[in-house]
Design a protein around this ligand. Structure first.
Ligand SMILES: Cc1ncc(COP(=O)(O)O)c(C=O)c1O
Length: 432
């Protein structure tokens, strides 16, 4: 009989995979806490929260029960012209965690779409007021997702090369990761704003994720947002990765003095169980769509908008996130990361070690730079898998983005494997 992998290889096309040369996918049949478990009970410690979605561990019984009950009560209903309790309750509860200015919740079902909706909201906000503004500003190294708008907003990533000619023009500024680039970012942003053509500035707050886990401070972001607001330009925070505790606060934007006008989130929204996303906005933006003129409405919606089962999962995940024990776990992970950072910060094989909240990133000092297609990436990926740890380097950047249920001992295992990888790389460099 064929194995699961053999059957997979006949019918499945996997994401972000060169199917000709990639190793076959690993079959996973169960999840338990921070572990992914294979057919022969082999265990992988999920140190990247399965593409940054998982908060409380795999197959969490509390979320599973709430999802099951919701499935038996109301599995789905069209969300145009109808509403339901989980959507309203989740919106009410999320608003208590968001910066004060956020007032309205628009549901969708993945991070790219949440960003795309934010861009459309901002653009139409001005259009509805007969103001002509057609330019978006974003960071050079940004990553905002897979759809055309999100690809356009993302930086010049090699993997989007086939579509470059089709992407709308987005004005760029450098990510403000050091003093020099902060200065440049502020200057270039102001130049763009002075044209009067910009409708919004879109950013990943505090950490540019897929661009290489590049980190910057709330104080700098406050300056950029304040500058935009001086020119009446909207600010869109893409919290798809940073949301739900990753940066130490529920949202990265909670660390700001200035407030975004629009926010996008997904990934951790359901604790990593079901696809759901939201785009939130201030009352000012919502008000710009109210009119006797039907054409001023926001004509956007998906079949599964505000799916009740997804919303029930979101509520259950929020229950768990609000627990004192989860908040304590987040603080413990932050402290443990800081200890590890101090231990390895001067390692000669590393160019950069940075931490924001529960995310720690290490950049190897490779001559090739940070290309996603860096050879080192594959070596490291399999090095960790052989040790039962799932880490998925971005080029020559390794990062840990753990679910909050990962214990002190389990996290120490991840650190140890990373230290072994540093020794492996250093030995390879001296023998080369
Ligand atoms: C900051 C950010 N925005 C948007 C996305 C796209 O989210 P999704 O993969 O759910 O479409 C990602 C995905 O990694 C992300 O990191």
């Amino acid at each position: 009989m064929s194995t699961l992998t053999e059957r997979d290889q006949k019918v499945i096309w996997h994401p972000y995979t060169q199917e000709k040369t990639a190793a076959p996918p690993l079959p996973i049949v169960r999840g338990e806490g921070p572990f992914l478990i294979g057919e022969k009970e082999e265990r992988y410690l999920d140190a990247v929260s399965s593409w940054w979605v998982n908060l409380h561990g795999h197959s969490h019984p509390y979320i599973a029960e709430k999802v099951y009950n919701q499935l038996l009560t109301l599995e789905h209903v069209i969300f145009a012209g109808f509403t339901h309790p989980p959507a309203v309750e989740l919106a009410e509860r999320l608003l208590t965690h968001l910066p004060d200015q956020q007032a309205r919740i628009f549901y969708s079902d993945n991070g790219s779409t949440a960003v795309e909706i934010g861009i459309k909201m901002a653009r139409q906000y001005f259009y509805n007021q007969d103001k002509k503004r057609s330019k978006l500003v974003a960071f050079n190294e940004a990553f905002h997702g897979e759809t055309f708008g999100a690809m356009a907003a993302s930086g010049d990533h090699d993997f989007n090369r086939a579509f470059h000619d089709d992407l709308f023009d987005v004005w760029r500024i450098p990510a403000p990761v050091d003093q020099q680039r902060t200065q440049k970012a502020l200057e270039q942003l102001e130049k763009h704003l002075q044209t009067g053509e910009v409708y919004a500035f879109l950013f990943e707050p505090l950490i540019l994720g897929a661009g290489g886990m590049l980190m910057y401070t709330p104080a700098v972001l406050d300056q950029l947002i304040a500058l935009c607001h001086r020119y009446d330009v909207l600010c869109i925070a893409d919290e798809v990765m940073t949301g739900f505790g990753r940066t130490g606060t529920t949202f990265a934007s909670n660390q700001l003095q200035e407030q975004p006008d629009i926010m996008a989130m997904s990934k951790g929204l359901t604790g990593g169980t079901l696809p759901l996303a939201i785009t939130t906005c201030s009352e000012k933006i919502f008000a710009a769509f109210l009119s006797e003129d039907k054409l001023k409405a926001f004509f956007h919606g998906h079949s599964y908008t505000a799916n009740p089962v997804g919303c029930a999962a979101g509520l259950a995940s929020l229950d768990l996130l609000e627990r004192a024990s989860t908040q304590a776990a987040i603080q413990r992970i932050i402290e443990q990361h800081t200890g590890f950072l101090n231990k390895i910060i001067s390692h000669p094989a590393l160019r950069r070690v940075q931490q924001t909240g529960t995310i720690i990133a290490l950049e190897f000092a490779t001559p090739e730079g940070t290309s996603y297609f860096n050879d080192l990436r594959d070596r490291l990926y399999y090095f960790f898998l052989e040790r039962g740890i799932l880490l998925r380097p971005l080029g020559n950047v390794i990062y840990i983005l753990p679910p909050y249920c990962m214990t002190e001992m389990q996290l120490n295992e991840v650190y140890l494997a990373i230290e072994e990888s540093l020794a492996m790389i250093s030995t390879a460099a001296t023998t080369a």
